[in-house]
Design a protein around this ligand. Structure first.
Ligand SMILES: Cc1ncc(C[n+]2csc(CCOP(=O)(O)OP(=O)(O)O)c2C)c(N)n1
Ligand SMILES: [Mg+2]
Length: 339
C-alpha cells in the first residue's frame, strides 16, 4: 500500500518555485539528473553481471538535493546512509568515486574497494562512512555535532536514515542527547514508507515520524520530499537554527522508493502493479522538469545539453572504473590489523 498521497498538500510544507534564482533552480535540476543517470547505469551494470550489488536512490533525489543545497557543501558534516547517492554527489563525490566503489576497484575513496558498494565516505569533503547497522550513524552524528559545539565552530552535522530505522534505540538515544545539549544537528528521515518489505503502518503507530520530535525537545518538520524547492526552503531554516545555537531538528522528507529495496530484492512480492503506477506518477525528476519548463527556467534545448554532458560524465566514470585494477589481496587486511 502506498501512503504518500494520504497526506494533503496543506499537511506538507509545499512551495512554488519561490524567489530562488534560475541558476540555483537549474543547479538543483542538474544535480538530480546526474544522480539519476548514474543510478540507472549502476542497475544496468548489475543486470549485466558486472557489479555485485546496488542500492538505488531513485525517488529520493529531490529531497536529497534540496537538503544538500541548503548546506555548506564539503564543509558541514555529512553522515549519509546507503540511499544517499544524490546527496554525496552534490556534497563533493564524483561519478568516478562512486563507480570505483561499485566496481570495488583501487582508488575507491570510501574504502579502497574493501567495503560493500554504497558505503560512501570522503574524508576531504567531511563525508563520514556509512554505517551498515542502520541508525548507528545518528549517535555518531550527535557526537560530531557536540564536538563542533565544544570547539566553538559553526558547522552543522547532518545525518540521514530511513523511517524504518527510526525504531532503533540509537535514534532515540541520539535525539535525546541532541535535545538536552541543543546540538547543531539535523536528523533527516527519508520516509519512503517501506523498510524493505514492511509498510509504514506496520512499523509505527503514528502518521509522521516528525511527531516524535516533541518527546526529545527538538523541532519536528515534515516536508514534501518530492519537491526540491520546498525541501530546500525548509532545510535552510533548520540549518540557520542549528548554526545559530538554537538546536536540532528532526527533518522528515516524504519520498518514494521507485525501485526494489536493493538489487537483491524483488518488490513484486509486496507491491502491486497498481502501487507501481502511483509510484511512477510521483517520480520527482519529471515533475520538477515540467515545473521548470512551465516557468520558462528550463528549455528543451538546455535539458538535452544537460543530459548529453551528464551521460558523457557517466560513460567516462564507468569506463575508467571498469578498467581500473582491483586492490592487492594484502589490502583486504591492511587497514584492519597492525603489520
Ligand atoms: C540494525 C540493523 N538491522 C537490520 C538491518 C538490515 N536492513 C538494512 S536496510 C533495512 C531497512 C531499512 O528501512 P528504512 O530505514 O525505512 O530505510 P530505506 O531502506 O527504506 O531507505 C534493514 C532492515 C541492518 N542493516 N541493520
Ligand atoms: Mg524506508
Amino acid at each position: 500500500m502506498v501512503m504518500t498521497l494520504a497526506l494533503t498538500a496543506t499537511e506538507l510544507s509545499t512551495s512554488t518555485l519561490g524567489d530562488l534564482s534560475a541558476d540555483l533552480l537549474l543547479d538543483m535540476y542538474e544535480a538530480m539528473l546526474r544522480a539519476r543517470r548514474l543510478d540507472e547505469r549502476c542497475w544496468l551494470l548489475h543486470r549485466q553481471g558486472k557489479i555485485a550489488f546496488h542500492i538505488s536512490g531513485m525517488g529520493h533525489e529531490a529531497a536529497q538535493i534540496g537538503i544538500v543545497f541548503a548546506l555548506r557543501r564539503g564543509d558541514d558534516h555529512l553522515l549519509p546512509y546507503y540511499r544517499d547517492l544524490a546527496m554525496v554527489l552534490a556534497f563533493g563525490m564524483t561519478p568516478l568515486d562512486v563507480m570505483l566503489g561499485v566496481f570495488g576497484k583501487q582508488g575507491d575513496p570510501s574504502s579502497g574497494g574493501r567495503q560493500m558498494p554504497e558505503h560512501y565516505s570522503l574524508r576531504a569533503k567531511n563525508i563520514y562512512s556509512v554505517s551498515s547497522p542502520v541508525a548507528t550513524q545518528v549517535p555518531q552524528a550527535a557526537g560530531v555535532a557536540l564536538a563542533e559545539k565544544l570547539k566553538g565552530g559553526d558547522r552543522v552535522a547532518v545525518t540521514c536514515l530511513g523511517e524504518g530505522s527510526t525504531n532503533q534505540g540509537d535514534f532515540h538515544e541520539a535525539l535525546t542527547w541532541a535535545g538536552v545539549h541543543k546540538l547543531p544537528l539535523i536528523v533527516v528521515v527519508e520516509n519512503n514508507e517501506y523498510a524493505i518489505s514492511v509498510p509504514m503502518e506496520k512499523q509505527m503507530a503514528i502518521p509522521r515520524v516528525s511527531d516524535r520530535a516533541q518527546a526529545y525537545g527538538v523541532r519536528g518538520v515534515t516536508v514534501d520530499g518530492l519537491d526540491p524547492v520546498a525541501t530546500y526552503l525548509a532545510m535552510t531554516e533548520a540549518v540557520a537554527q542549528a548554526r545559530s545555537g538554537e538546536g536540532a531538528t528532526l527533518f522528515e522528507a516524504r519520498v518514494v522508493r521507485l525501485t526494489p529495496h536493493s538489487s537483491d530484492d524483488d518488490d513484486t512480492a509486496y507491491r502491486s502493479k497498481e502501487d507501481k503506477v502511483v509510484l511512477k506518477a510521483s517520480d520527482p525528476l519529471p515533475k520538477y522538469r515540467e515545473r521548470l519548463l512551465a516557468a520558462g527556467v528550463l528549455t528543451d534545448q538546455l535539458d538535452r545539453e544537460y543530459d548529453e554532458r551528464i551521460m558523457a560524465e557517466v560513460n567516462a566514470a564507468h569506463q575508467t572504473a571498469e578498467l581500473a585494477p582491483y586492490p592487492e589481496v594484502e589490502w583486504a587486511a591492511g587497514p584492519v590489523y597492525a603489520s
